[in-house]
Design a protein around this ligand. Structure first.
Ligand SMILES: [Zn+2]
Length: 268
């Protein structure tokens, strides 16, 4: 085999490799920015100054979320274990590339620690806080089969801190929902999955999100932060919400007890 032929074959192989990688990631014309815990891939058309801001926000939120719930994990997000953030050129590009929900502004692949989004969103910080909480929370628990209300309640709780308490200010509606029996009973709430929620009307989804957040808010307010960290630790080791509740809180022996106390809290 002559050298030019070998060189040509290697070149063709490398070119195919690049094309293959491009088609997988959807980012042929992209730039990359690395930080301690993140790799940010952004489309060539995204303003050069945008990615450093994302990097800074992501690093700050990573530390704050971990500290807020004491979600210490064994495997650090460094080197090959860094999370990735993909930034498309704009909303249309984001929707066509990643297959995220049409109403979403970001979406996440929990297992691979990848977040997809697009630039210049005025509320990017709370959006990123929400998605990062999902990844960090699930990684801490070490499993995927946790109730959706708990997962979303945690994510909205953190998101709300960067939305000037928008959800907190709307908690007053819980009083009417409880009085009019318009809330989702806890047995049913505990069985709702993301695909099940996707098939529900928007109003139902809104109730689901505010109610999920309200439960986390109630437990935090009523029983304190350190007990909540203990609850999460039990949840990590017991694998069951009711068992983790009863091991942590004297009065919250099961979901019925949680529902009863939650109603009392919001009806006061
Ligand atoms: Zn979410």
């Amino acid at each position: 085999m002559s050298k030019p032929v070998l060189t040509l074959k290697i070149s063709v192989f490398l070119a195919l490799l690049v094309i293959f990688n491009c088609s997988l990631s959807g980012f042929c014309d992209s730039r990359e920015l690395k930080s301690e815990h993140f790799i940010i891939n952004y489309d060539d058309s995204v303003q050069y100054s945008y990615a450093p801001g994302v990097k800074k926000t992501a690093e700050r939120l990573y530390r704050l979320i971990t500290q807020e719930f004491n979600l210490i994990r064994d495997k650090l997000w460094v080197w090959d274990n860094r999370a990735e953030i993909f930034i498309a050129s704009g909303r249309e590009d984001y929707l066509s590339r990643y297959g995220c929900s049409p109403w979403s502004t970001a979406c996440v692949n929990y297992r691979q620690k990848v977040i997809y989004t697009y630039p210049d969103q005025s509320d990017f910080e709370p959006i990123l806080a929400h998605e990062l909480t999902h990844i960090i929370f699930r990684e801490y628990l070490g499993r995927n089969n946790l109730p959706l209300w708990l997962d979303e309640g945690m994510a909205v709780y953190i998101e709300d801190k960067y939305r000037n308490g928008l959800y907190r200010k709307n908690l007053f509606i819980l009083k009417d929902l409880i009085k009019e029996d318009g809330y989702i009973d806890f047995r049913h709430l505990n069985e709702i999955t993301s695909s099940g929620l996707g098939g529900q009307p928007t109003d139902y989804a809104k109730i689901f999100y505010i109610q999920s957040y309200s439960i986390i808010y109630f437990i935090f307010q009523e029983y304190g932060k350190s007990n909540f960290s203990r609850f999460l630790w039990h949840l990590k080791n017991d694998k069951d919400v009711q068992s983790a509740l009863s091991r942590t809180y004297y009065y919250l022996t099961d979901l019925e007890a949680l529902e009863k106390r939650w109603k009392e809290f919001y009806l006061e």
